[in-house]
Ligand binder design. Sequence first.
Ligand SMILES: CC/C=C\C/C=C\CCC/C=C/CC(=O)SCCNC(=O)CCNC(=O)[C@H](O)C(C)(C)COP(=O)(O)OP(=O)(O)OC[C@H]1O[C@@H](n2cnc3c(N)ncnc32)[C@H](O)[C@@H]1OP(=O)(O)O
Length: 284
Amino acid sequence: MMRSKFLSLLIRAPSVCRSMSTATKLTTIDVNDKTGIATLTLNRSPINALNVELLQDLNESIKEIEDNKSRGLILTSSNDKVFSAGLDLNEMYRPDKDRARLLWIKLQDVWLALYSCDLPTAAAINGYAPAGGCLLATVCEYRVMLPKCRIGFNETQLGIVPPIFCMFNFLNVLPRRVAERSLSQGQMFTTEQALQIGLVDDVVSSKGEALDKCTKFIDTFAKVNPLARSLAKQQFRAADLQRFQTERAKDLESFLAFINHPQMQEGLGIYLNSLKKKQQLNAV
Ligand SMILES: CC/C=C\C/C=C\CCC/C=C/CC(=O)SCCNC(=O)CCNC(=O)[C@H](O)C(C)(C)COP(=O)(O)OP(=O)(O)OC[C@H]1O[C@@H](n2cnc3c(N)ncnc32)[C@H](O)[C@@H]1OP(=O)(O)O
């Protein structure tokens, strides 16, 4: 097992595969023939809300990209305004118990797959990225964002405790003090603020440019031994991964207890309604 992982890393070469699209099309994969880099696009209309199926699809696509020995993974969205609206609140409001359990397990799986991904990862954030959207962006090693968007973990604003993997992501990206304050205040940052505090690495004016920047980032590893690069990344993340594994089951139970709490249900109902009302107001 270990040997085959080592071998696959040593012989990693640019992929000749052009496009590996998943059957359901909630995500699509495009591999650039020249660079060998895979672009993984979130494609759940209208706002890439993370439901069980999208998370499942994402997991499969990440695995497919790793198995096909791509040189890197770029995460982006097919929506030109929203990267991802975070977890699908409809999965949490008056939830089906089995689906709610599955939702959290799949979210944990996606986080784990990306946090421990052998490949260099980058996010082309071409729209809003609240909560779960921010999780997907900050689990990557590099971020570039379009102007006039927002990103952050707004959980505490919704009365939700951000799970530990949000903390791991922020601590990888931001100084501890900034990470703690923004998580505990549920701050959402404009693109410009995100750049200023280092939450994103660059700002560009189009999705094409964002993808180019991500490609350039991944290319910075071109001359680095892939095994050495991957193991160095794992070494940095090992303690977080260990803690995650220790707390994973507890984290799931906390989530289920939390969303099943009557006050949380009431709050979710009001919040969902306010999101719908916003659209009604826009139509007037
Ligand atoms: C150890 C752990 C222990 C305890 C922790 C416990 C619990 C943890 C809780 C779980 C963590 C949750 C993290 C999350 O990800 S929660 C989701 C947070 N997301 C948001 O708050 C985003 C809200 N949405 C928006 O701000 C905007 O919609 C957005 C900027 C993304 C897009 O704006 P736009 O104007 O383009 O679209 P809208 O008209 O607003 O939306 C279109 C329709 O989509 C609906 N909508 C929006 N967001 C969601 C969502 N997240 N889930 C489901 N549905 C959503 C919106 O109501 C519109 O619906 P219709 O009116 O068309 O029916």
